[in-house]
Design a binder for this molecule. Structure first.
Ligand code: ADP
Length: 482
């Protein structure tokens, strides 16, 4: 199949979270299955061009992309995705993308991603690439199905067979803009296709229009696909998702094990597998030394690698984690940044327990691998979690996940059953500090029972969340749309 894939981030070029990992690994897996996949993303200023071999595409140089009343000078570059023969296409438009971060609060934020959409569709025309599937991701590219069905409908030779798929990686980011941006969408000829009531109320919700117009909507785990039909998780879009129930699917994300597995991870000091877990211990010692934390025999190390946002449940930690730290039961390495109030929680835990806690705010891929390799447990007390990738990585690294039973966490981690010796982690239900405390106590007790803990680690390491399996579910969905 010909697949046109649009994403605002693709790892390792540019990434702020799970979307970046998925937008690299899924196209890579599709490419390996023989599909012709063309991935488009913005050429952000922060992409280290020198690190990758960028080449310009002659046929796509000096394009004048018209979006509503504006025209943009755009060129397209390509570079190979590391570890693959797949080429990724980059939309070069310094006027829009030469800014410090991937995302901004600037007044033209909507335009930054509309230009990505229009350029990708025009590039398909110029390359004579007729997509069977237009696969878009999150709010940034969610208007693409509507743009395809209106502005590009005339081009039957290229888009006559194209069906669109929107994947929602996180329903909370919806791309809300004032109704005054309507002309900027290039869809002024069809204002009736926008949600009328919201338009009257003065807003346009980008993600909603993807939900309304994509031929299929997917989200990144079966449980999250169910949860978002409810008011509790639907963030105001539950009614629309229920109305499209038959076209909404949950497909669990996979893992690119060539990037995330302790046997072949070049970023960790000591590589190991299920039969050499004593080497995992060495990774722990190395990280503790690097973090200037003392080695405390018998004390498990808890790892956290996460964006610090309300979704992740860290509000529960001052109480629950504070208690077990006071009792000397854990050490913790936290890597993450985001909301100031959440950063303050970890700064304060660090100040209260200097021998036990280390808090690193920088975004550092190498360190993220080292924390996975070093920690004994990995904590994700999420309020909601569309899929979550870090618990999947943790399982592979023999780092026992402690998770709240929600979204993709519920679909990927099973509670340890000491009698049967089954299960892969510690799972709790309630979103409160008491439940987190229970889980941490349970973790500490299992850690002291060496054979049980080893079994639990190995159960997790034996799990297979490879993209090679998950990609077939996308193939089946693509096929069903034709
Ligand atoms: P989300 O998409 O909600 O951020 P996921 O668990 O799906 O959560 O994916 C998070 C990804 O971002 C993982 O690859 C994780 O290792 C990475 N990550 C999060 N914070 C950092 C950080 N500070 N430094 C490096 N990688 C990080």
């Amino acid at each position: 199949m010909n697949i046109l894939f649009l994403s605002s981030e693709v790892a390792p070029f540019a990434k702020t979270g799970g979307l970046g990992d998925v937008a690299a690994a899924l196209p890579k897996a599709l490419h390996e299955r023989g599909h012709d996949v063309r991935v488009f993303m913005p050429l952000y200023a922060r992409i280290e061009q020198a690190k990758y071999r960028f080449r310009s595409i002659d046929a796509l140089r000096g394009l004048r992309v018209v979006v509503g009343p504006r025209a943009f000078e755009v060129s397209v570059f390509a570079a190979q995705l590391p570890g693959s023969t797949l080429e990724v296409f980059f939309v070069h438009c310094p006027q829009l993308y030469a800014r410090p971060g991937l995302y901004t609060h600037d007044g033209d934020e909507h335009l930054r991603f509309l230009v990505l959409v229009y350029t990708a569709l025009e590039a398909a025309q110029r390359m004579r690439f007729a997509p069977d599937v237009l696969h878009v991701n999150d709010w940034q590219t969610a208007l693409a199905p509507l743009i395809l069905k209106t502005r590009f409908a005339w081009d039957g030779a290229i888009f006559g067979r194209t069906r669109s798929v929107l994947t929602i990686h996180n329903l909370n980011y919806q791309g809300l803009f004032p109704a005054s941006v309507l002309p900027d969408t290039g869809l002024l000829a069809s204002p009736h296709l926008f949600h009328q009531e919201q338009l009257r109320e003065g807003r346009i919700n980008s993600l909603l229009h993807g939900i309304l117009y994509a031929d299929a909507v997917t989200t990144v785990s079966p449980t999250y696909a169910r949860e978002i039909r409810s008011a509790e998780y639907g963030v105001g879009l539950e009614g629309f998702l229920r109305a499209r129930e038959k076209s909404v699917f949950g497909i669990l994300n996979g893992v690119d094990y060539s990037v995330w597995s302790p046997e072949q991870d070049a970023r960790i000091p000591h590589r190991y597998g299920p039969d050499s877990l004593q080497l995992k211990e060495k990774n722990k010692q190395a990280l503790l030394a690097r973090a200037l934390l003392p080695a405390l025999p018998g004390v498990p190390l808890l790892g956290i690698v996460s964006r610090l946002s309300g979704q992740k449940g860290f509000d529960l930690l001052p109480d629950a984690l504070g208690r077990v730290l006071r009792e000397g039961r854990f050490q913790v390495v936290v890597q993450g940044s985001g909301e100031r109030r959440l950063e303050r929680i970890f700064h304060s835990l660090r100040a209260r327990f200097p021998k036990q806690v280390r808090f690193v705010t920088k975004f550092d891929d190498t360190l993220a691998h080292q924390v996975q390799a070093a920690a004994d447990f990995f904590l994700m007390p999420s309020r909601y979690e569309p899929c979550g990738l870090t618990q999947l990585y943790a399982l592979k690294y023999g780092t026992v996940p402690i998770v709240r039973k929600t979204g993709g966490l519920a679909d990927s981690v099973q509670l340890w059953n000491p009698r049967a010796g089954t299960g892969t982690g510690i799972v709790f239900d309630d979103y409160d500090a008491k439940a987190v405390h229970w889980a941490l106590e349970a973790a500490f007790n299992i850690y002291r029972d060496r054979p049980a803990y080893r079994q639990l680690q190995r159960n997790g390491m034996a799990q297979n969340f490879s993209w090679a399996l998950q990609v077939q579910k996308y193939e089946a969905l693509y096929a069903k749309l034709h």
